[in-house]
Design a protein around this ligand. Sequence first.
Ligand SMILES: *Cc1c(COP(=O)(O)O)cnc(C)c1O
Length: 417
Amino acid sequence: MQISEEESRALLAALLRGELPDAHGRFGPFGGRYAPEMLMPALGRIAAGVQRWLHEPAFQAELGAQLRDWVGRPTPLTPAPRLGEAWGAEVYLKREDIAHTGAHKINNALGQALLARRLGARRVVAETGAGQHGVATAAACARLGMPCVVYMGAVDVQRQAPNVERMHQFGARVVSVESGDRTLRAAIDEAFRDWVADPEGTYYLLGSVVGPHPYPWLVRELQAVIGREARAQFLAATGDLPDVAIACVGGGSNAIGLFHPFLGDAAVELLGVEAGGRGTGLGEHAATLSRGTPGVLHGTYSLLLQDADGQVQETHSVSAGLDYPGVGPEHALLKTIGRVRYTSATDDEALAALRECCALEGILPALESSHALAGARRWARDNPGRRILIGLSGRGDKDMPTLSRVFAGAPGSANPH
Ligand SMILES: *Cc1c(COP(=O)(O)O)cnc(C)c1O
């Protein structure tokens, strides 16, 4: 997608004025609402609800209190001096791993569950792949006393048994989807089917800045708390802004949340790191912004990984949370206008960064977040002696089964038995 320099400047200015997405959910050429006719009224009601409630003082007070007392916000900004010494940089970690349930996803799940209640919904449905969004949604619904159904592909139910158990403990019903590919894609279809059957009484709680309007907008507004806190904390800690802010990108919610409050700071470089997997061929990675082409997936026009015939491609990443062939439309815009740069880190680079962070800082990052660390490490090598802010989107406890498998027998690993 080609855009002139003048158009790019105008689109960035519109973003900074808070005018994007527009009334149709467009972020410049991207975004929009490509959904079944039956869902249009429900999507319209949610969009009106976002407009009406999200920034209304009583709603903000309720959300703010829950974020403080239950989620544990603000999360700390942690200096990482030993990583900094190893990289020749000044490194700070924004600690979403410390948020309740272990990642940034709770900011969104809680905010949308509160919105669902305001909209008069009687129950919440969600879909989940790796299970992290399902756990956050189940926890938020338990906290607010709302019935919750989570759709999950049968293959993922097997692979993510501990997360399924956590959802059960929070009182959610987990529906194992046996149709289609029996993973995330099939789960999304089933969750949509459920919602279509009762679009007024049911609220569909989406987990990232993807999907039809208003979700990319709603989720960005709820995750921007990450960047607002980090910006203020960075200023307080150093008296200045970072030279670069770096986050991993799956659907793109933690990255948009971190980046958004910095978009107007022209001196702050913004870098998104996607899953480079095990190679550059289709099916080997999930680097949608780096290698994708425009198209419609799950209700939005954005970049996606597809073949020449428009068939959506399988993806691969060692981290389940980055393993998605699409990406949020706002990221597609930010890439197109050149405000954010996107790169990728391979499985091996992410695993090495994870180990380094464990060994030097006593922090076990999620495999997803480890992609941001790997990207930061490379950035530091090319830009010595600078201040780096890294979005640590989640903790890696959930990844222990994967880690024991890939590190079994590797030098320095624990006894595999
Ligand atoms: C789900 C997840 C991601 C990827 O989702 P985004 O919407 O791109 O943020 C990243 N990190 C962690 C820890 C996750 O659980």
